[in-house]
Design a protein. Structure first.
Length: 133
């Protein structure tokens, strides 16, 4: 549930270049005083002739980070061979930060991979959802 939002929870992360594993503290956006780049991926699958229009992609994150730092949404329709960089998100600041990317086209088979690249805008992702508002 949402207990991680309230209490924080340890997250195991790794380096794909060194193979090292680290325990990420979800309440800190810095490593040795410097912000660092984090990448999270997700996908939408579709089969056959089915198409999905992507009207909005919403990202909710706790407000401990700095919304002025860079956060980008990239997507791939060719299974990760190339990525398109989305326009800058609309940022809404309430209790949590909400980043909104709009009008991201149509997904056809086999689907779309989303890649979120964060450079210190938030400590963790609460949720990422599509077409729900």
């Amino acid at each position: 549930g949402r207990l991680a939002d309230v209490y924080g929870s340890p997250v195991l992360v790794g380096s794909d270049s060194t193979g090292d594993l680290y325990m990420l503290n979800p309440t800190v956006c810095l490593d040795e005083g410097e912000s660092f780049t984090r990448v999270a991926s997700s996908q939408v699958l579709t089969t056959g002739r089915k198409e999905i229009s992507i009207y909005n992609v919403y990202l909710e994150a706790p407000s401990e980070g700095d919304p002025d730092n860079e956060v980008s949404l990239l997507y791939s329709d060719n299974q990760g061979e190339t990525y398109v960089v989305s326009d800058e998100p609309q940022v809404n600041l309430d209790d949590d930060q909400e980043f909104v990317w709009r009008s991201l086209g149509t997904v056809r088979a086999p689907g779309r991979i989303f890649r979120l690249v964060d450079k210190g805008s938030f400590n963790r992702i609460n949720c990422l959802y599509i077409n729900e508002r």
